[in-house]
Design a protein around this ligand. Sequence first.
Ligand SMILES: *Cc1c(COP(=O)(O)O)cnc(C)c1O
Length: 422
Amino acid sequence: MKKATQCVQAGYTPGKGEPRQIPIIQSTTFKYENSEQMGRLFDLEDNGYFYTRLQNPTNDMVAARIAALEGGVGAMLTSSGQAANFFACFNICECGGHIVSTAGIYGGTFNLLGTTLKKMGIDVTFVDQEASDEVLENAFRPNTKLVFTEMLSNPGVRVLDVERFAKLAHSHGVPLIVDNTFPTPVNCRPFEWGADIVTHSTTKYMDGHGVQVGGVLVDSGNFNWDEHADKFPGLTQPDPSYHGLTYTKKFGKLAYITKATSQLMRDLGSIQSPQNAFYLGLGLQSLDVRMERHCSNARKVAAFLDECPAIKWVMYPDLPSDPDHALQQKYLPNGSCGVMAFAVNGDRAYANRFIDSLKLITIETHVADCYSCILHPASHTHRQLSDEQLLEAGISPELIRLSIGLEDVDDIIGDLRQALGV
Ligand SMILES: *Cc1c(COP(=O)(O)O)cnc(C)c1O
């Protein structure tokens, strides 16, 4: 199946007389005939559902659609993108472990890694994704368990040289985890370039309509955990909470995603509700069509801003003048996403007056859905950071993030024109 077909049909093939659309299985529990059957489920000897905190059929059908789109062997839906990134790391990195992460990542993930994981005894070294090989090499330690990064950074919209980062991670015997929220698998499949695990905030383009918060964790099945068994005892040594079962022995390529589901989700319980999974499944059906429109609208808006005298600079990888244009052409040839960053000619007060004058484009902490929206990270999402900390995170204090929705592009540009007075 091609991507557009996968968006509509992957993950669910109804049989005779069954619902055409993925049904919502709104049930906590599932019935079995005898205790032997139930016991086999608890031993992970049989596939099946017993409690929605671990797995639910609606969730699994939608997760299978996303796994197909990303080209992975399995996926698990989570209650939010934050939960997906936490599970992605914590599944293989525990107290005493260390993570190498790019610095310009989403503020929520930056806090998760830099503040909360630190409290759990996990150290993080943040690196500039454009740093030299030498600087990147020096970030690794003997206890490094993974490299974390974003395919397109939020809010800077920088393109990751994913092939370079995959090689770097693999040369240190650890997997590369890529948050692919902004490109979506329609515009880039990081597994094709060597990434091992992919995460998404499905709250963004995948849902696309601003109706549900959710996340997903996708496993390529490609990382050979047994080759680096001493680094990943959680996957390669017996799990006492499942009678000494060893994930890599029992599940092979599905070891990582099975552990995430049967151990972490069991114990931490951050599952997406079946109702939300249903909305996500609906959103995915038009993802291919929507991404094309988000990108074509955004290209026109970026070209307008690029030529507008009231604008100081624009960062949008699809612009030929963008420093990451060559990377965009390589990894995201059909377009990057609908999000761009820019600065106006003027101080913070002028920037805020401009934002307040917009009528169609709304001020929102959200991005990447059908509504055009705008945000000034230094005044909003990142206001707890000093200007120096912002710059360290690769975010200029003057940066304005603009997310282009599905409205008619002439209306979007018209609104920018009236607010800029040009
Ligand atoms: C929004 C976002 C997240 C966090 O997702 P939530 O669904 O809000 O928890 C993580 N990564 C990226 C790139 C995001 O844009």
